[in-house]
Design a protein around this ligand. Structure first.
Ligand code: ZN
Length: 375
């Protein structure tokens, strides 16, 4: 077959025409299977959904119209996520299909976008967490591959999985420092065996909570507001209040002008908690152009201790050893290197020539706590 003909043949393999052909019997799933299309059985089921009898004819047609141009794989992804919609959500499965069928992009992009939308709808369902927990699973591990290895997958609430992996990752990091030849995956496996049942060390997870929202949360309003956490999971205001009461996780509150305000946990962690808040605020040393990560920085007093500066969070910032040493601590002495000061949106550098203050515009700082609440 000529190249152009082949392209035309692939074009004809879009979801809607194939499913229509399967539903009318023009094409037989068994024939497609024998041609090597391993998903033919799943396509037959999809044909039943999109062309079969239903009480929702209008929405079914709307979904087909929206799906014009989608590939079979993309429509398979839409169906996978539609099955995860919980009963009691603000949309019906058919309304969701219409919405998801209008997504465009690669199959992976549609997969992620659909997961996010379904998650948002499910958040509004009473007992959503309990229902999701009902789908927890450990699967596989029964088949041996040619090397003699086996694989299993674990499915559970994002916070449980992130927590377990966080502990394993901490140990894996130590193993890789001891033996740099270990790949990340190998170290994770070794750490998994090490930490089995042993209650692995917890990673410090911070929830970024903008100050205006924090008052709502503390008044237990705005329960549906969603906040990001440093382990890549999300949490609602209601869950946050519950967590703040429990003895796990950290909740950092950041004010757009003054930076870190407080972190709820045991008072004996005072110094540690200041470091954690200041690190989340800046991510890297705030000196313009510096790339030293906050984890390698020192705590710097913006108004020097000798000048009466206090050890409270408004007067502190992380600063690398070099830029800490070079800071003009005495504001009345002749300027040499300039000095760091707190400004709305974060800590800035005032140059010695009296020019305008400058920020460190390192791109990772777009994801710092201060950047997240200042936009
Ligand atoms: Zn620096």
């Amino acid at each position: 077959m000529r190249g152009m003909n082949l392209i035309a043949a692939f074009e004809a393999l879009r979801a809607v025409p194939v499913l229509e052909a399967l539903s009318t019997g023009t094409v037989d799933a068994a024939v497609l299977s024998s041609l090597g299309f391993r998903d033919a059985g799943a396509w037959q089921k999809l044909a039943g959904v999109y062309f079969g009898p239903t009480r929702h004819r209008k929405l079914q047609k709307a979904a087909r119209d929206a799906a014009v141009g989608l590939s079979l794989d993309a429509l398979g992804v839409v169906e996978k996520h539609t099955r995860k919609l919980l009963r009691g959500a603000a949309v019906t499965p058919w309304e969701l299909r219409v919405e998801l069928c209008s997504l465009r992009g690669t199959v992976e992009e549609i997969d992620r976008a659909a997961a996010t939308r379904v998650r948002e709808y499910n958040r509004g369902v009473e007992d959503a967490e309990k229902k999701a927990y009902g789908r927890r699973a450990l699967k596989g591990g029964k088949n041996t591959d040619g090397l003699g290895n086996r694989t299993f997958t674990v499915t559970g609430p994002e916070r449980v999985i992130a927590d377990v992996l966080g502990g394993i990752r901490t140990v894996a990091g130590q193993l890789r420092r001891d033996d740099p030849r270990l790949t990340y995956e190998q170290a994770m496996f070794d750490a998994f065996l090490d930490t089995r049942g042993g209650g692995p060390a917890r990673e410090v997870v911070i929830t970024v909570l903008p100050l205006p929202e924090s008052t709502k949360v503390l008044r237990q309003e705005g329960d549906e507001t969603v906040f990001a956490r440093t382990d890549g999971t999300t949490i609602t205001g209601a869950e946050l209040v519950a967590e703040a009461m429990a003895d796990e996780g950290y909740v950092g509150i950041f004010d757009p002008v003054h930076g870190g305000v407080n972190m709820y946990r045991d008072e004996r962690f005072a110094n540690f908690k200041q470091r954690v808040l200041l690190s989340a605020e800046t991510i890297v040393c705030p000196y313009p152009g510096c790339t030293t990560p906050a984890s390698e920085c020192e705590v710097h007093h913006l108004t020097a201790w000798a000048e009466g500066g206090e050890t409270n969070i408004r007067n502190l910032t992380m600063l690398c050893r070099l830029h800490n040493a070079r800071n003009d601590d005495d504001p009345d002495a002749p300027p040499r290197h300039g000095r760091m000061e707190r400004a709305p949106g974060g800590v800035v550098h005032h140059p010695p020539d009296g020019g305008p203050p400058r920020r460190n515009i390192h791109p990772i700082r777009d994801r710092s706590a201060m950047a997240l609440i200042s936009t």
